[in-house]
Design a protein around this ligand. Sequence first.
Ligand code: HEM
Length: 511
Amino acid sequence: MESLKAYEVLISVFVVLPVILLLYWLWTRRNIYKCDLSFIGYPIIGSLYKLRNVNSIISAVGHTLRYCKNGTACFWAGFFPVILTADPDIVSNVLRSQEFLNKAETIYYYMGVSLKGGLFTTPATEWVHNRRMINPCFSNNVLVSLFPIFNKAKNDLIERCDALVDNKNHNILNLLQTLTLSMTVETTMGKVMHKGKQESQDLISVFSFLMKYITVQALMSFFKLGFIFEFYSKLQQKRVEVWMFVDKLIQAKLNKCSNTDNNNNNTESRVLNTKNIDAVPSIRKEPKIFIDQAIKLYENQQFTWNDLISESVTIVAASFETTANAVYSTLVMLAMHPDIQQRLFEEILDVFPEKDFYIECDQLSQLSYLELVINETLRLAPSVPIIGRQAMKDTQIGVNLLPKGIQVFISIYHLHRRTDIWGPNADKFEPERFSVENYGEKQKNAYIPFSKGPRNCIGRRYAMFSMKVLLCGLLRNYKFKTDFKFEDLRCTHRVSLRYIVEPELRLCRRT
Ligand code: HEM
């Protein structure tokens, strides 16, 4: 009798209880089954068996969306139904909704661990305060004050490219990353990364290591297995390296501030400014560095020490790779479309007839074709191809009531290539589609390289200004050529967009 009771208890603990919990869990998600969505894959097994490897994320997403109503699917990611969409209305509703301010846990959790938190990943409760505090660091005044640094990066880039004019093919992505990393660290942290130093190379390899593992951990998180990599000591070590890099910069800033009694808290930038003032009389403004504003927030107790580190790491991480990739993609597209490159060169030549020139912020508005070219590049090759949000409450999105906790993955990459919006040539590189005549409401609603709504990219104008300065310098001085065919470009996802095979470019000097 005694042993029978023990047996009954065991059955109820190991069988009945899990079944009840599973039924309860399914019941809490009942709204999702009522939704007007195409369901794909199988519960528990999920749909991830369709992924051949990490490089096939974008093609697997495309394959899934191709057969779904309005480019929206509900797929099983292990136990969890996840909505995957490239529908402009659902995307707009989600990104503008106050109930969808949280980032999707599966994609962003381990990114948050690597970045120590920060705007990109923090939950809405914390994000609202920090975003409000950081917004002024990206105001127009601040961005204009950064132009000397953008120009210095442009000059460095031109100088470094000079060594590549040898009629040979070069992969220039690494060079662009090095330059944009130095530019970002200088504009946000006030630190000059000296040319030729190993420091920036090391930092780039640490970041690309982290991006790779963030992607792998996100995939493993579909089965709640991302934690396995938390035991990988090299990953921990690389994270600490990034945090320490930023920590040291902040400590140095704080020491300098206290030593000089706040008289001169921006020495390195001042050195840069003086140099540029000699060359260009038009520079008047002192660069307004993000970290100086962030330190003020810390001193006023509006930021914790962790905020200071995490927001700094986040800004650097979010900035340099996205910008470098976008500049690289633009050059690749132009090398593949020589007629478009020539037209753009002529526009740049009109505004900057000399090879050696300084770019003022207001001159950029004269380069309207450059804007079209960058827009078209970011349409076909958005630096952040997939983003995700999570419902904080049951939320009505269009005809569907999405339950609290549901994750919505948005494929910016596929939204930008819908033929019903962008026409039968959606996969072609045609900057003219962004001209005033061609770019209508339908396209505006479906164009989100910087996301949209309250949690959009805080650095979008910084990115556009810096990209324009770098591209003007490069295209004024060099012609880019490639043998790589546009049709052979294949994209993949490493948090930011990468090419499976990175096209190499040949540089010719413009006379
Ligand atoms: C071509 C360049 C860039 C592109 C295409 C881009 C794109 C994006 C996108 C799509 C998001 C939304 C991510 C999401 O919802 O998960 C985002 C967020 C963000 N970006 Fe950018 N970005 C670029 C450059 C920059 C730069 C230069 C900075 C900083 C200087 C920056 C800082 C950030 C930050 C901090 C966020 C998080 C914003 C928040 O959640 O409040 N980005 N970016």
